[in-house]
Design a protein around this ligand. Sequence first.
Ligand code: FAD
Length: 339
Amino acid sequence: MGNVFVICEIEEGKIADVSLELLTKGRSLANDLKCKLEAVVLGHQIKGIEKQVFPFGVDVLHVGEHKELEVYRTLPFTSIIVELFKQEKPDICLLGASTLGRDLGPRVSSALQSGLTADCTSLEIGDHTDKKAGKDYKDLLYQIRPAFGGNIVATIINPDCRPQMATVREGVMKMEVFSEAHKGKIKTIDVEKILKPEDLLVKVLERHMEKSKVNIKNSSIIIAGGYGMGSKEGFDQLYQLAEVLSAEVGASRAAVDAGFADHERQIGQTGVTVRPKLYIACGISGQIQHTAGMEESSMIIAINNDSNAPINKIADYVINGDVNDIVPKLIKLYKKNTK
Ligand code: FAD
């Protein structure tokens, strides 16, 4: 059996959070399978990068260092990963469901004729019996994700082709250091030998990057508003409450679609996944596509005028009433208490 591989993303010398989250998951999958966890980092001037990945329990780190790999480009990255995988024959390969992962994953999967499940929300190891073929499969990767508009949770398997590939969005898996003292082995990829001139046909002439101004993922308190906030002006109350509580403002998709908030604030299946200490859901019904992105919050307070709103079932505290009455009262109360 091959090992579990994680393709790590790097930006300005730092391994992306989504890759560290996948290393954490990869470590636990490798433990279940009693195999090694291996990571791949491609980039330029990445000396010492192992210090960022070894604490996450990586046994083998494949490093591809070359000036042509400074910025992600589809063709050279694909060629290197495909060649590496032909040699190493991984059992499982995990990537972030990021711009890079969404581009690279299908390319690699197509070249190796393996399968890929995008946007998994959970990954587990399990067995499968194909009753029709009378065949038993052991230790497959269960690639679990919502399907049919989020109405069912599907478990997808890839019994025969390898590697079993999956992408996962940032924030879905937990990030946990395995051991600060853990040390693995470094293997150098011979980039020059793999790259062909045609891999380098596309040149990056100019690169513009803009950091997101919103940081909901790392906020310990989130005030989230839904369609029940009624308008963009209604949302202004949430910004005031957020200011008093040093919180960030999140939104449901219905609120984003209605123009009450920007897409970067959307929480849920097609937005950000968050795990704050406190989540205050204001005028949000609590459809599964929304709760998928916030149900692991430590404490949930729901403010809703419908006592049967689904969000109430997962809330620790429910305030039954109109957001237009309750939110101003909360602002007033917290202001008084913080004076
Ligand atoms: P509604 O469902 O309209 O609920 C509004 C709530 O506000 C109700 O509970 C109502 O009782 C309450 N309310 C109304 N007025 C007041 C008031 N004055 N005071 C107090 N309460 C009030 N949704 C997401 O959020 N995130 C996603 O990432 C996401 N991805 C999706 C992906 C797919 C493929 C699909 C099909 C859907 C997705 N959705 C997502 C949409 C999701 O199904 C719901 O439509 C959406 O979450 C509903 O948003 P809401 O709760 O704000 O609105």
